[in-house]
Design a protein around this ligand. Structure first.
Ligand SMILES: *[C@@H]1O[C@H](CO)[C@@H](O)[C@H](O)[C@H]1NC(C)=O
Ligand SMILES: *[C@@H]1O[C@H](CO)[C@@H](O)[C@H](O)[C@H]1NC(C)=O
Length: 355
């Protein structure tokens, strides 16, 4: 395989913890930077995914990649095996994600098999999948697509959400880049630890990690409380942040980290308030940037205008009437195009491949 993973310059940076409404979650704010390289269109092995990963917590905080809209094709590389490489020294990460192990882990965390069975229901896609952060088909070449199959590019994500609103979000962002032939810079991250009630009604944080040798539970490999994407069009100075809650069982919308601006965004076309599919809301980049401490690792995006519609540069300059017409036309475009991508993307359907 042509993928080279260079454990690039290790930038173990500590970020300052700012006030956050989720401050009671134990999050790791230190990460090493891992650059995943892959052969690109001109067959040069170039950086594709920039990962911020914490070995000790077996946790990836975020990835950064660009979606090359003008060059995206509908190719669909064969899924390689997921690779841990040297980034999970304390746990057998492949094993920790397996259904049987998840069941055993949750039996212990939730206090009983009966309690676990209330939440883990594979027939309803209720289990933790290896959720891609950088999506496979955001890669232009087969090599780039295969480069997404490192465990450092995955987080324990409820499968019903992975194939629900999270997949919808991936599709509309990709369609935005393709239809407008633009390059988008995308940070995809995970934050916090999701919880489920145990057999005594006490909410317990869910970690899938187990010590490699003893098999004892460790508070590592967290199932995140939420995932987010920060999508930026640097050429025209627009951006948006979209947050999806990683818990199909319950969520209290009062916990939003920002003022929801999804209604202003014409290309968010899926059912954002469906909790089972992944409750989703949209933020001005600046607001999320100030709400999540880990985002302060990113270069300050400054004052990005909200990426409201397709053709962001034009829309801001025309009247609202024209804006409305443009958005209707574009929404149709998105649906047509994203369907054809989805049909050729077995990965997003295959994450439920149980061992
Ligand atoms: C895990 O538990 C669920 C019920 O919670 C059950 O349906 C499933 O078959 C179990 N998986 C394995 C591999 O034992
Ligand atoms: C919400 O999402 C779930 C999972 O994708 C789906 O089964 C259900 O039909 C959706 N509900 C509505 C009202 O769309």
């Amino acid at each position: 395989m042509n993928i080279l993973l260079s454990f690039g310059f290790i930038l173990a940076m500590i970020i300052s913890s700012r006030g956050s409404t989720l401050a009671n979650y134990d999050i790791n704010e230190v990460c090493s930077r891992i650059i995943i390289r892959a052969h690109n269109l001109i067959n040069i092995n170039a950086p594709f995914i920039d990962v911020c990963h914490n070995d000790i917590a077996s946790e990836t905080l975020y990835t950064l990649h660009t979606i090359d809209g003008p060059n995206l094709k509908s190719n669909n590389a064969k899924d390689p095996n997921w690779r841990p490489d040297q980034f999970y020294p304390n746990i057998n990460v492949d094993n920790c994600y397996k259904q049987l192990e998840q069941n055993k882990t949750l039996d212990i965390i939730l206090g009983s098999q009966q309690q676990r069975e209330q939440f883990i229901r594979p027939s309803k896609d209720m289990f933790f999948a290896r959720g891609h952060l950088t999506p496979k088909v955001d890669g232009v070449t087969d090599d780039e697509q295969q480069a997404t199959f490192y465990f450092v590019n995955a987080i324990p994500q409820w499968h019903v959400i992975n194939r629900g609103n999270w997949q919808e979000l991936e599709k509309v962002v990709r369609a935005l880049a393709m239809n407008n032939k633009i390059v988008l810079k995308v940070y995809t991250g995970a934050y916090g630890v999701t919880t489920l009630p145990d057999d005594k009604g006490i909410y317990k944080p869910i970690y899938l990690g187990k010590d490699r040798s003893s098999g004892n539970l460790m508070n590592v490999l967290p199932a995140p409380k939420l995932m987010y994407k920060v999508i930026i069009n640097e050429n025209v100075g627009t951006g948006v942040a979209v947050v999806t809650i990683n818990n199909p069982h319950e969520y209290k919308p009062t916990e939003n980290l920002c003022t929801d601006v999804c209604k202003q965004i014409s290309w968010i076309t899926f059912k954002i308030d469906n909790i089972t599919a992944g409750y989703t809301y949209c933020c001005e980049v600046k607001q999320l940037y100030h709400a999540l401490p880990m985002l302060s690792r990113f270069p300050d995006p400054g004052n990005l205008r909200l990426m409201q519609a397709l053709f962001p540069a034009m829309v801001s300059a025309v009247t609202s009437l024209v804006t409305a017409i443009l958005s209707i036309a574009d929404v149709e475009g998105i649906e047509a195009s994203s369907e054809s991508i989805a049909a050729k993307d077995p990965k997003e359907m295959m994450l439920n491949a149980l061992y």
